[in-house]
Ligand binder design. Structure first.
Ligand SMILES: Nc1nc2c(ncn2[C@@H]2O[C@H](COP(=O)(O)OP(=O)(O)OP(=O)(O)O)[C@@H](O)[C@H]2O)c(=O)[nH]1
Ligand SMILES: [Mg+2]
Length: 315
């Protein structure tokens, strides 16, 4: 059984060495550490090498956490990982808890294990982040259908098969999208309580909570409409038709009273407009649903291709 611990890192020269040294090298038959150095302008790569990282991928320029995570998963699979653990490079997660994190996978109960900070112990988290985390977790719970308690946690473990299923499309953060996908592929997700430590230095990912909400919100919304195109577009379409009917009823009552429509001309025009928007949006839903079917086929092809490639490399 081989475990690859992957660490996406962006300018983490101060903490990366201690993160690597904290990883228990005896929790599986074979344990390797992979660092994805995402265009850091400091000594992250050198420090990681000195601390004993087995493999370092370095991007020439900063691409973002989600592309780094995606490249990490691919590389970990190529390294022959049976289990992949993702942790952050800032030392907020306790590497000593990796055995606890992978236990549900080793026991054969889960495909995807999520370290939950809210069920565990949070040393420090600013109040605005706590609130933001609660809101994003609530929305992810609705969208994924999985009763997650901490959707933003970066301390996670995956089986190789689960990693082969995940297709990260976002360019900012992977955290919610991977949960939504795993849940829709009917993979078994389990949460374990974990410790979350205070960060030294400022966040590399979240420059402002509003920017995070906008970008992560977009990813969650896309995640939902990707898997539920009919519900999404029919919902929006029905809303427009409903508002159109309200204005339409005004026109109708006016017509019954006066015998002419011209008294309510603006409302009549608005009704037609809203109805047209509603019907077009619902039509878009039918097209999006067809695309969804295509995406399902493409996901299946991609999964099989990745699996074939893996089997070929490893036999
Ligand atoms: N590859 C890559 N990793 C990043 C980027 N931004 C942040 N990271 C890494 O992603 C992990 C999480 O980022 P943090 O800045 O700690 O974000 P956070 O933990 O959500 O927020 P804090 O609680 O403030 O630390 C760390 O290992 C970062 O080095 C990026 O642009 N690219
Ligand atoms: Mg952090």
């Amino acid at each position: 059984m081989k475990l690859v611990v992957m660490i996406p890192a962006y300018n983490e020269e101060k903490s990366i060495a201690s993160v690597i040294k904290e990883i228990p090298r005896n929790c599986c038959e074979e344990v390797e550490v992979l660092v994805i150095n995402d265009g850091s302008v400091d000594r992250t790569a050198q420090e990681a090498k000195k601390a004993g990282a087995d493999k370092i991928i370095s991007f020439k320029r900063n691409k973002g956490l989600a592309p780094a995570f995606k490249a990490g998963l691919q590389q970990a699979i190529e390294m022959g990982a049976d289990i992949i653990v993702n942790t952050d490079g800032d030392g907020q997660y306790n590497g000593g808890e990796i055995p606890k994190l992978i236990e549900p996978i080793l026991a054969g109960r889960a495909d995807f294990v999520l370290g939950s900070r809210t069920n565990g112990h949070i040393e420090y988290m600013p109040i605005q982040k706590k609130i933001g985390n609660k809101i994003a977790t609530f929305i992810t719970r609705m969208v994924s259908g999985f009763p997650v308690s901490d959707a933003q946690s970066g301390f996670r473990a995956f089986t190789r098969d689960c990693a082969l299923h995940l297709n990260v499309m976002a360019d900012y953060t992977y955290v919610q999208e991977t949960l939504i996908q795993a849940s829709h592929y009917r993979l078994v997700i389990e949460e374990v309580p974990i410790e979350f430590r205070r960060r030294d230095g400022h966040s590399r990912l979240i420059s402002s909570i509003w920017k995070y909400a906008k970008r992560a919100g977009g990813t969650i919304a896309r995640g939902y409409s990707d898997f539920h195109p009919l519900e999404t577009f029919f919902g929006i379409g029905i809303f427009f038709i409903f508002v159109g009917l309200i204005f339409g009823s005004r026109v109708l009552f006016g017509y019954f009273e006066t015998g002419v429509v011209s008294g309510n001309l603006p409302s009549a025009v608005l009704t037609v407009l809203l109805m047209l928007i509603g019907v077009s949006t619902m039509t878009l839903g039918i097209i999006a649903d067809t695309l969804r079917t295509q995406r399902k086929v493409q996901d299946e092809i991609l999964y099989r291709l990745k699996k074939l490639e893996y089997d070929y490399r490893n036999n």
